[in-house]
Design a protein around this ligand. Structure first.
Ligand code: ADP
Ligand code: MG
Length: 231
């Protein structure tokens, strides 16, 4: 309860009340698993984090002014340790080129999650003027706009409702192992929907929140990206 309150009250007083991956700790606090890694503000610290992570890493610009990071080339996937230093500088340069006065907090260095065996989903919440907090679940990643395969429930949701959400999208067979693929951790997805439901119920100041993607693999789920807006 302490850490989430701190993160949210920190942003409430600001003119811009949006948060990007700085909000990752909120998810951690609610037991939603996130990739190993950290946010750093110097290239040598980025290397230290990368050396702690097994294999290549993902690096992302962290700035409340850049919430759609890929749009400006602000996400680098599969960075080997020897390229971490240059990648850091490059990400900051790209951000500066995009918006010279952008508030750049630093760079997030993250463990790679296995997208090949996984499915990118989205779990979100939007405050509806009529219904209140509307939870959303659907197919995520690059397909989310194209397919618009989503389903909604009013928060808070019971376990049965969260599970229904995973069952009723058109792409549900994808989660349950279509075309000889292993089924992903649907229990983990269901649990994540419930945990997000709890988070937005505990903190009504959150106006909208998106975990996109929540990568679901046969071994579990990981919230790879988050953004939110508070009142
Ligand atoms: P944004 O949505 O702001 O562009 P994301 O953090 O969602 O930034 O990254 C964009 C895409 O990069 C994701 O949808 C995913 O396909 C890929 N990606 C991001 N983080 C990871 C990761 N840790 N492991 C594997 N792929 C990732
Ligand atoms: Mg994203």
């Amino acid at each position: 309860e302490e850490r989430p309150r701190e993160i949210l009250s920190d942003v409430e007083g600001r003119e811009d009340t949006r948060l990007g991956v700085e909000a990752m700790d909120l998810l951690d606090a609610y037991g939603i698993e996130t990739p190993q890694g950290d946010i750093v503000d110097a290239p040598e610290d980025a290397l230290t984090v990368a050396e702690d992570v097994e294999g290549d890493v993902v690096m992302k610009i962290v700035s409340p002014d850049i919430l759609h990071k890929s749009d400006i080339g602000g996400v680098k996937v599969g960075v080997p340790n020897e390229e971490v230093f240059d990648a850091y500088e490059d990400l900051v340069t790209r951000a500066r080129n995009y918006q010279p006065d952008a508030n750049i907090i630093g760079v997030q260095v993250q463990e790679m999650v296995d997208l090949d065996s996984g499915v990118e989903t989205i779990v979100g919440m939007n405050k509806d003027p009529q219904f209140g907090p509307l939870l959303m679940f659907g197919l995520g990643g690059i397909f989310v706009e194209v397919l618009e395969d989503t389903t909604f429930r009013v928060a808070p949701v019971a376990e049965s409702e969260a599970r229904e959400m995973t069952e009723e999208i058109d792409s549900a067979p994808l989660l349950r192992g279509a075309r000889g693929r292993d089924p992903v951790d649907v229990d983990g997805v269901t649990e994540t929907i419930q945990r997000l439901s709890q988070l937005v119920t505990d903190f009504p100041a959150i106006l909208e929140l998106d975990i996109n993607p929540l990568v679901a693999t046969p071994d579990g789920v990981k919230a790879v990206d988050v953004r939110l807006t508070v009142d």
